[in-house]
Design a protein around this ligand. Structure first.
Ligand code: FAD
Length: 394
């Protein structure tokens, strides 16, 4: 069986590596001119780390410069800790810790394993059209060539072309009303074992400090959806002035981190995907953000993308026919992903509550987080048995 994968992001690369482990052939086409180096940093949750280990890729987070996070402290606008999520027992409970790492380094590590495995990746190549018939699927590329495969997987991110082609009626991604900015900068501040999450006066700020580097992000409300080009036109120093003003009245060390930072790694409007009815036809399937893009507030985007790659390869390995393989994959994955998209949306809504409602939010937050801790156990506790038969295990 030959699988055409559209998109060499975290989902696409993981799927290619998992198919290789399953002894199946794949071919990736990627619109970007080379290995993507964009983005700030992300958290790989224990379930994501365990999914990488399933593919014998458990060394990647460390090689990519990741470091262990032992939980989250939530603080109000005065800096007082109002709730915490304890991650010290993650290794004992789930078999793996949560790891924070630069997105570009994770991406590069995965891409280098794809290349080392001899899996063909055509960069600077965009899929423009897809036609499915009884015997296979044909993709038309932007240079006019076509590629034929037994199955096609859209791992092409939140604005997925494959989703639009296969399900023209599907709802577009939903702008959540939040802009995300972030980066890393050298600081002379003590290390944080846990990631610090501050509900600031006007915006939300998160940071973790390791080896003299602060990894920080700011989420601030903006009701009107911005044009991508509009954000790209704003230069680093202008972003930094805006962020310093937004967080000027917030407690230490926030203003100090922003004073030291000279630039943000970028600015991204946050979207998520209203639950799409379908992820698969008999030969086309969506994975990763293309299927279930979620707010980064969930801390699960990359981890679920990796899980998808493992589970889909396992399903294709164990069914001779793509149709039941894709169907079983969707049955196994959709309820889990939908629950986590909803969880991310609920957290995001709490980040942008108005100043007047901050008091109410702060009072309700500990209870919300206790409920969140149960959801987190469900998310972190997921693991895939590679050798199990997908007919029965999915
Ligand atoms: C530039 C960028 C920066 C990010 N930064 C962060 C971050 O800082 N923190 C965080 O938590 N998450 C970040 N994310 C999101 C996170 O990486 C994803 O949620 C998660 O890894 C799931 O990835 P994915 O592989 O499903 O999708 P993506 O990572 O979006 O990968 C999709 C790939 O498909 C390619 N593609 C799209 N359309 C086509 C087409 N028609 N033909 C061929 N190829 C196509 C894209 O170029 C892209 O490489 C970022 C994503 C991107 C793209």
């Amino acid at each position: 069986m030959k699988v055409l994968i559209v998109g060499a992001g975290i989902a696409g690369c993981t799927l290619a590596l998992a198919l290789d482990k399953a002894g199946l052939e794949s071919h990736i086409v990627e619109a970007r001119p080379g290995v993507d180096t964009g983005g700030a940093f992300l958290a790989l949750a224990p379930n994501g780390v365990n999914a990488l280990r399933t593919l014998d890729l458990g060394g990647i987070p460390e090689t990519a410069g990741g470091f262990v996070l032992s939980g989250l402290d939530f603080r109000n606008a005065k800096g007082r800790r109002i709730a915490q999520l304890d991650g010290e027992q993650d290794e004992a409970r789930y078999g793996a810790p949560s790891i924070l790492l630069q997105r570009a380094r994770l991406q590069r590590e995965l891409a280098s394993r794809v290349s080392a495995a001899g899996i063909r990746t055509d960069f600077d190549t965009r899929v423009l059209d897809v036609v499915q018939d009884a015997a296979g699927v044909t993709a038309t590329l932007d240079a006019g060539d076509t590629v034929r495969a037994d199955a096609l997987v859209g791992a092409d991110g939140i604005f997925s072309t494959i989703r639009q082609l296969a399900w023209p009626e599907a709802q577009p991604p939903r702008y959540t009303g939040i802009i995300d900015c972030g980066g890393w900068t050298d600081v002379d501040l003590p290390e944080t074992a846990r990631q610090q999450m501050h509900f600031g006066r006007e915006a939300f700020f998160g940071h973790a400090i390791r080896n003299g580097t602060a990894y920080w992000f700011s989420n601030f409300p903006r009701s009107q959806e911005p044009e991508r080009a509009e954000l790209d036109r704003i230069e680093g120093p202008a972003w930094m002035s805006q962020l310093r003003a937004l967080h000027a009245a917030d407690p230490a060390p926030i203003p100090g981190i922003l004073a030291a930072a000279t630039d943000s790694a970028g600015a991204w409007p946050i979207y998520d995907l209203p639950d799409p009815d379908e992820w698969s036809t008999s030969r086309i399937c969506l994975i990763g953000d293309a299927a279930h893009a979620m707010s980064p507030s969930a801390g699960q985007g990359a981890s679920l993308a990796i899980e998808d790659g493992v589970v889909l390869a396992q399903s294709l390995r164990d069914h001779n026919d793509p149709s039941p393989a894709l169907e079983r994959f969707v049955q196994a994955r959709k309820p889990r992903a939908e629950k986590i998209v909803k969880f991310g949306r609920q957290i995001g809504e709490r980040k942008i509550s108005s100043a007047a409602s901050n008091v109410v939010r702060d009072l309700g937050l500990p209870l919300f987080l206790r409920m969140g801790a149960r959801a987190t156990a469900d998310q972190y506790g997921y693991s895939v048995e590679w050798d199990a038969d997908a007919h029965t295990s999915l």
